[in-house]
Design a protein around this ligand. Structure first.
Ligand code: DX5
Ligand code: ZN
Length: 222
C-alpha cells in the first residue's frame, strides 16, 4: 500500500476550518483526520458530528474520524450520518468491542480500532479479522503538538508482522497518530505504517499547509 497522509484538523485554525481543509486537500492530502474528544476518555474536549457534517460537502476525500470518547456506540450513528467514512474507536473505551465494530460496519462505514501507547497488540488478536484499520497512538491521546513516543516504531513493526502472519496486510490499514513529522515519516513508513496522521506538522504558523505537506512527500520519497 502507498503511504497516505491524513492531516489532523485538531491543529487547524478553527476560525477558518473550511479553508484550511481545502488547502490540505489542494496540497494533496489523502484523508482528513477528525479528532473527537469528550473530556472524559481524554482530558480535552473538541468537536461533534456537526463539524463532520460541515466538512462533508467540501470533499470526496476520506473523513477519518477518531473517537477519543467513552461509550462511542452512542454517537457512531450520528457520525456516520454526518458523513464519516472511517470511524475509529479506542479498544480501551469499548467493553463490547466486537459489537461496536459491527455497529460501524452495519452502518456502512469502515471500522478502525485505536490502541493507546500502553495497550498491547495482543488485545487485537480476536478482533483483527473484523476491522479495516488499526490506529497505533504514538502519543498519549488528548492534544496535538506532543513528542513521538520512540517505542511506537517497534510496535508498528510488530503489528505489521502480526497482520502479515494472518494474511491481513492488504485489507487492514496501519495508521500512526501523534508526533509525526517529516523527520520521522520515513521511519514509521518503513516500520509498516500505511497512513500517517499529522496535525501540528501540517497546520502550524511556521509554514503554509502546502509546504508542510510537500515536506512529508519529500521525506517519504527519500
Ligand atoms: C491526539 C490526536 C492526534 C493529534 C496529532 O490525541 O489523536 O490526531 O491531533 O497531532 P500532532 O500531529 O500534532 O501530534
Ligand atoms: Zn487522532
Amino acid at each position: 500500500m502507498t503511504v497516505k497522509l491524513a492531516p489532523s484538523i485538531l491543529s487547524a485554525d478553527f476560525a477558518h476550518l473550511g479553508r484550511q481543509v481545502q488547502e490540505a486537500i489542494d496540497a494533496g492530502a489523502d484523508w482528513i483526520h477528525v479528532d473527537v474528544m469528550d473530556g472524559h476518555f481524554v482530558p480535552n474536549l473538541t468537536i461533534g458530528p456537526l463539524v463532520v457534517k460541515a466538512l462533508r460537502p467540501l470533499t470526496d476525500h476520506v473523513l477519518d474520524v477518531h473517537l477519543m470518547i467513552e461509550h462511542p456506540e452512542r454517537l457512531i450513528p450520528a457520525f456516520v450520518e454526518a458523513g464519516a467514512d472511517i470511524v475509529t474507536v479506542h479498544q480501551e473505551a469499548c467493553v463490547h468491542l466486537h459489537r461496536t465494530v459491527q455497529q460501524i460496519k452495519d452502518l456502512g462505514a469502515r471500522a478502525g480500532v485505536a490502541l493507546n501507547p500502553a495497550t498491547p497488540l495482543s488485545t487485537l488478536e480476536d478482533i483483527l479479522p473484523y476491522v479495516d484499520l488499526v490506529l497505533v497512538m504514538s502519543v498519549n491521546p488528548g492534544f496535538g503538538g506532543q513528542s513521538y513516543i520512540p517505542s511506537s516504531t517497534d510496535k508498528i513493526a510488530r503489528l505489521s508482522k502480526m497482520l502479515a502472519r494472518r494474511g491481513l496486510e492488504k485489507q487492514i490499514e496501519i495508521e500512526v497518530d501523534g508526533g509525526i513529522k517529516a523527520a520521522n515519516a520515513a521511519e514509521v513508513a518503513q516500520a509498516g505504517a500505511t497512513v500517517l496522521v499529522a496535525g501540528s506538522a501540517i497546520f502550524n504558523q511556521q509554514a503554509h499547509v502546502a509546504a508542510n505537506i510537500a515536506a512529508f512527500r519529500q521525506a517519504l520519497r527519500a
